[in-house]
Design a protein around this ligand. Structure first.
Ligand SMILES: [Zn+2]
Length: 276
């Protein structure tokens, strides 16, 4: 019944607009609740670099029952734990880390390709740079950028060396042919460019766990900790794949990011500094 309704709504082009409205409604309710619940935790331990508000603690975010097994078993750094969600604006740890790193880059008049654009990161980029957004399913992101283009990350419709920065934050774990996607990002990035390609990863896995052709959301949750992921990267293997593509990778571990801990970035998450 649910699938039939989905098909009908898609046929009349109402599925994605309704889904966006529903997601916005959930977001507004959650924000009201968290603002009320955390009003007594205002303090200066953590500061949100999106909205500027400070709290003694941020709201936690834990994986659902079906996703928990893989995430716990492989100790995946996937954006879960304590102090993940800003109670004021609902920014999440993984976006705050990327924003903090973007703030260190001179973006003035630079050309940026933002894949699967997150609202907070997109707003920041737009205030400084010329931003092109794209996704395989652009309808999901019309509320972020109504001009978003449809593009396949493994076959990008842009010339060589056309962007100063490419941001694809937590995207590659969804892409069956991630090596082709890495090659395409390498191709469209200028020689002086920077790619921001954060992914969930496991530092204890020796090899990446993956099933690129899998199309079974229940199994994907159990194996990879999310219904639309096709792999869990091993930290070392992820760096190796990027290097094999031709990128220079400097992994800045969580400890070395100490000045950013005040933004409540996720413990254990480092930053992949990826250049050509
Ligand atoms: Zn905030």
């Amino acid at each position: 019944m649910k699938e039939l309704l989905k098909k009908i709504l898609k046929a009349v082009n109402l599925y994605h607009p309704l889904q966006l409205l529903y997601r916005q409604w959930l977001f507004d309710i959650k924000r009201q609740y968290l603002r009320f619940r955390y009003r007594k935790f205002k303090g200066d331990l953590f500061t949100c670099n999106v909205c500027g508000k400070s709290y003694l603690k941020f709201a936690p975010d834990y994986p659902s029952q079906e996703n928990r097994i893989a995430i716990r078993q492989h100790a995946v750094i996937a954006g879960y734990g304590d102090n993940i969600i800003c109670p004021n604006c609902l920014s999440v740890a993984r976006d705050r880390l990327v924003l903090a790193m973007l703030e260190k880059i001179d973006l003035h008049s630079k050309k940026v390709l933002h894949i699967s654009p997150e609202k907070n990161i997109y707003s920041f980029l737009c205030s400084k740079a010329i931003v092109q957004t794209a996704d395989l399913t652009p309808q999901f992101y019309r509320n972020v950028d109504k001009h978003i283009s449809k593009a396949d990350l493994t076959d990008l419709p842009y010339p060589d060396n056309s962007f100063d920065v490419v941001v694809a934050n937590h995207v590659l774990e969804h892409v069956p042919d991630d090596r082709s996607a890495m090659k395409e990002i390498f191709r469209v990035l200028k020689s002086t460019g920077i790619a921001i390609l954060q992914v969930p990863f496991s530092a204890i896995l020796m090899a990446t766990l993956e099933e690129p052709d899998i199309l079974d959301p229940c199994k994907q949750s159990i194996l990879f900790g999310q219904k639309d992921h096709v792999r869990i990267y091993s930290l070392t293997d992820y760096i190796k794949r990027l290097q094999e593509t031709g990128f220079v990778v400097d992994y800045l571990d969580y400890e070395s990011l100490r000045p950013l801990h005040k933004f409540a970035i996720q413990p254990g998450e480092g930053f992949f500094k990826i250049t050509k």
